[in-house]
Design a protein around this ligand. Structure first.
Ligand code: UD1
Length: 310
């Protein structure tokens, strides 16, 4: 098949592109390189078509989608705090950009669009685990943008016969997640500190927990979402179905790097939720998804990767 991956030079998008190429598919990487990186495509040189363009550029998207069977829409401004500071910009990229993808998909008779949604749609409702049937209650522009994108997808499935699947990612981690940004995920920050011999900083007491999911599992969910029949218009949680506290995370990391990682503590970060956990039974039942790489094994792979690229 021919696939277009928006955000294909980014953290998750580049892993999807890599897997598609490995499986013999034709791939167009569509990325404006605002957070995506050329290095993320190092293994794909000459194997994919790279388009340096923005999802806000509707004519370009339309043109590049010609002949594509599937679109993986990973391009987004992914930071919750950034969306709070810049709601107009994140609206333009995350909502208008998604609408542009769907318009182009309809025009080019793309068979299926798979969308990178987020656990942010659940907001701060403390009920766990999160199930897809719960009412979305986002508490940030980012969460509003992601649920809006998902609703557009559902509408497209009903109105125009473009098949769509939305994947609500929990806390994704793995190689190529940038540890240098102020919006970096906690695992990329902790791993980079651990390997540089620095002490990690925990915001709060470290008892907060997240459903950390290794990027390889997320790629697997995407491929299943693109190919499983009879699931159009649906949304699925993509996590591990298990939660890990920050202190447990540091324990695992310490064992892997062979160093005590007792952290320093700072104040609780404004807007943080305490715990997060996905119910992944729907994705298991309908997509055959299974998070085969657990958190500790994912950490091992990440550390191996970071060590090998230093
Ligand atoms: C994550 C996502 C966000 C998503 C949201 C949905 C990432 C990077 N962010 O935010 O896109 O919309 O879930 O709910 O995946 N922490 C520390 N020390 C640090 C860095 C972080 O203690 O150096 C703490 C944070 O305060 C937080 C926890 O680690 O309690 C996880 O933080 P983070 O990785 O940013 O993820 P979320 O806040 O869950």
């Amino acid at each position: 098949m021919k696939a277009l991956v928006t955000g294909g030079a980014g953290f998750i998008g580049s892993h999807i592109a890599e897997r598609l190429v490995r499986e013999g598919h034709q791939v167009v990487v569509y990325d404006n390189f605002s957070s995506g990186r050329r290095e993320n495509l190092a293994t794909l040189e000459d194997k994919v078509e790279v388009v340096d363009a923005d999802v806000r550029d509707a004519p370009q998207l339309d043109y590049r989608m010609a002949g594509c069977d599937v679109v993986f829409h990973e391009a987004a401004v992914v930071s919750v705090p950034y969306s709070v500071e810049h709601p107009q910009e994140t609206h333009d990229v995350n909502i208008q950009g998604t609408l542009n993808v769907l318009l182009a998909a309809k025009k080019n008779a793309v068979k299926r669009v798979v969308f990178a949604c987020s656990a942010a749609v659940y907001g701060e409702d403390p009920e766990l685990p999160k199930k897809e049937s719960m009412r979305p209650l986002p508490i940030s522009p980012y969460g509003v943008e992601k649920i809006t994108g998902e609703m557009y997808l559902q509408t497209w499935a009903k109105l125009y016969g473009v098949e769509t699947v939305s994947l609500r990612y929990f806390n994704v981690f793995g190689p190529r997640q940038d540890p240098r940004s102020p919006y970096s995920g906690v695992i990329s920050v902790f791993v980079s500190r651990a390997l540089e011999g620095q002490t990690p900083m925990v915001f709060g007491d470290g008892s907060q927990s997240r459903d950390f999911v290794y990027v390889g599992n997320v790629v697997d969910a995407n491929l299943r979402a693109a190919t499983t029949p009879g699931v159009s218009g649906r949304a699925y949680n993509v996590g591990c179905g298990q939660r890990t506290t920050l202190l447990e995370l540091l324990g695992m990391l310490g064992r892997i790097v062979g160093r005590d990682l007792t952290p320093t503590h700072g104040p609780v970060r404004a807007g943080d939720i305490k715990d997060s956990l996905a119910d992944i039974s729907l994705a298991r039942a309908e997509l055959g998804y299974s998070p085969v790489v657990g958190v500790e094994e994912g950490l091992r792979r990440l550390i191996e990767h970071v060590r090998s690229t230093r």
